[in-house]
Design a binder for this molecule. Sequence first.
Ligand code: FES
Length: 197
Amino acid sequence: MTSSQPQPSDSGAQDGGFEPVSRRGFLHVLALLTTLGGFLGSLLVACLRALLPSTGSPSSSGSTSYLKVTQLDKLPADGIPRSFQIIADHWDAWNRHANQPIGMIWLCHRPDGEILAWSRTCPHAGCLIQLARSQDHFQCPCHNSRFEIDGSRSHENSPSPRDMDRLEVEIRYQDQIWVNFIRFKSGISEQESMLRS
Ligand code: FES
């Protein structure tokens, strides 16, 4: 006499159900999803950076990072350097922090109309360069590097291995001062961007 009870099959596939996923297959799919997620995340960040309004974001290449610093009428043409903060959007892994102070510079508007800019970061070890009280030279308080008012080193045996780091300046929209802000490596005689290594 044959039983009318259904017999258990060997596999789910034969049951018409899903085939069990092996552990290796599961890990493979997981790795694929992780890679895809990372790619889509990077794509999203890139799109947001392109779309969101910004006061300026330094280029990751370190080559060109023009940022608006101030207006012409805020910088008297008397040849006396004045300190300005560099404000820009800052990104960590996923978040955008708008209008953050990212550095400081000296700006000098000469009576002949030329505008000069230097980083305030000392090329020796990164301290903040000050303007002397006499306003006729710069001085670094950490190890006494002295620089002339044009940014050149006052002494050959200065602790600083190079002159103050000069930055390019552009006047845009008739009265805005924009500076190509780059951070340079300290402790070396050549001017080398920190983002190029
Ligand atoms: S950090 Fe400026 S002299 Fe040393």
